[in-house]
Design a protein around this ligand. Structure first.
Ligand SMILES: *Cc1c(COP(=O)(O)O)cnc(C)c1O
Length: 459
């Protein structure tokens, strides 16, 4: 019989495996109670499939592991730095680069150089560390993403797009001089891993050129964004991910990168710029916060692994399998009737906990409850993105976010399709018994970023 489809498959095979801990329900019950029903407080040894984050959790390739052995641990002028600089110039096209220990190290330096007190920084949705560094430098973040991005049911193919009318209103109100740059994330994390289109970026470039405003690129997930452009945007079907990534970068003036995501390393990041003056100042400042400008808080071996990871991340077969696996899980969830955010994003599945547990009020923490139940069911660890994560306003009242989500983040090259089956099936089992699930009560609340350490009890 002729097959009706041609599936994707992983463009790699296994040569070493990490053994996982299998647990019983009773063991998991003891572990989640000990963790105060907060998946952040579980010990990783008690977790079977870990979907807490895709940050720093990728599997490195044999070439990357071999690269570690080529680490040139000289304090100054390590050969791995030049190799990394060369990879960034070749694949991304930026002129000058500064390595940093991870993404937020680059954000700190860049924000301090470009932002003055009272400045406005428009961006396509905030990211936690990015916005915080902009604020610490004296700036105010303004969201200019299209309205569709805030609606979990809207199926716009490019929910990461900028609304140019929102930007124009800010330029008219504050003046272009008050706007040091537009902060553009590719494959917007906080919108659920949603891309910006090349067309939108080109329009933005034309507009900012007119007004003399820079575009700074948060390129943490640029390869996933390029994949969606290749799949969805007219005129890009025949282009490679590498070509699309280079075109995206060419429309921007500089970048910050957390290499712990798309670039397939466990630690690392960098700042890049095309402006000599900005580079000169960054090269000065990195010595204060990270380390000398030829290592920026990284070992030589880390820079080697990053240089190799950058190239691997731009392979078309790699990205198809990466996003293909996320989409596979999403479609399975849908087939079980589980409510998820659409379109399916690049780095994970977001389950709508309000729709999953409609009998719970938001004060009974539906997403926190669901994440704990899933762990109990099968040892799968996910993360709450709802009222607990949203925290409190300066006046002490709770934020009540529209979205009450559980994030299933997929690490790159780590789990198999069979793991995806188990994840979807165990979520479906919890869905079957959803009516019997009781909510939670918070019994300990930390002052800052409470989702990391808060503790709960079953109602
Ligand atoms: C993870 C992330 C960062 C911060 O990077 P770290 O390496 O965690 O410091 C910045 N922006 C985005 C979009 C991210 O996902």
């Amino acid at each position: 019989m002729k097959p009706s489809k041609r599936s994707w498959a992983e463009p790699y095979k296994m040569k070493m495996v990490e053994l996982l801990q299998m647990t019983t329900r009773n063991q998991r019950l003891a572990a989640i109670k000990k963790a105060g029903f907060n998946t952040f407080l579980l010990e990783s040894k008690d977790v079977y499939i870990d979907l807490l984050t895709d940050s720093g959790t990728s599997a490195m390739s044999d070439r990357q592991w071999a690269g570690l052995m080529l680490g040139d641990e000289a304090y100054a002028g390590s050969s791995n730095f030049y190799r990394l600089e060369n990879a960034i110039q070749k694949f991304y096209g930026y002129k000058y680069i500064i390595p940093t220990h991870q993404g937020r190290g680059a954000e700190n330096i860049l924000s301090k150089i470009l932002i003055k007190k009272g400045d406005i920084v428009p961006g396509n949705m905030y990211f936690t560390t990015t916005r915080l560094h902009q604020e610490l430098a004296g700036g105010t973040f303004k969201d200019i993403i299209i309205d569709e991005a805030h609606d979990s049911l809207n199926e716009h193919p490019f929910k990461g797009n900028v609304d140019l009318n929102k930007l124009d209103a800010l330029v008219k109100k504050y003046g272009a001089k008050k706007i040091p740059y537009i902060s553009i994330a590719t494959n917007v994390n906080m919108a659920g891993g949603q891309p910006i289109s090349m067309g939108n970026l080109k329009e933005l470039r034309a507009y900012t050129n007119q007004h003399g405003i820079r575009i700074i690129h948060d390129m943490t997930r640029v390869a996933e964004n390029a994949y969606f452009i290749q799949q969805r945007e007219k005129g890009y079907q025949k282009k490679t991910i590498a070509e699309i990534v280079k075109e995206i970068c060419s429309l921007t003036d500089g970048a910050t990168m957390s290499a712990k995501k798309d670039a397939l390393v466990n630690i690392g990041g960098f700042m890049a710029t095309n402006e000599w003056d900005v580079f000169e100042e960054a090269r000065n400042m990195v010595v204060v916060y990270e380390g000398l400008h030829t290592y920026g808080g990284l070992a030589g071996r880390d820079m080697e692994a990053m240089a190799i990871g950058i190239e691997e991340s731009l392979n078309d077969h790699h990205q198809r399998a990466r996003v293909g696996q996320v989409e596979y899980l999403g479609h399975l969830m849908e087939s079980y009737g589980i409510p998820i955010v659409k379109p399916i994003g690049g780095h994970g599945i977001f389950v709508d906990a309000k729709a999953f547990l409609p009998h719970l009020t938001q004060d009974e923490y539906p997403a926190q409850t669901l994440a704990a139940e899933l762990y109990l069911e099968s040892g799968v660890r996910t993360m709450e993105r709802g009222i607990v994560s949203a925290g409190r306003k300066p006046n002490g009242e709770n934020y009540y976010p529209n979205l009450e989500l559980v994030r299933f983040t997929i690490p790159r090259r780590v789990y198999t399709q069979a793991h995806m089956d188990v994840i979807a099936e165990s979520t479906a089992s919890v869905f079957e018994k959803r009516k019997k699930i009781k909510g939670l009560k918070m019994i300990y609340e930390p002052k800052y970023l409470r989702f990391f350490q808060a503790r709960f009890e079953k109602l």
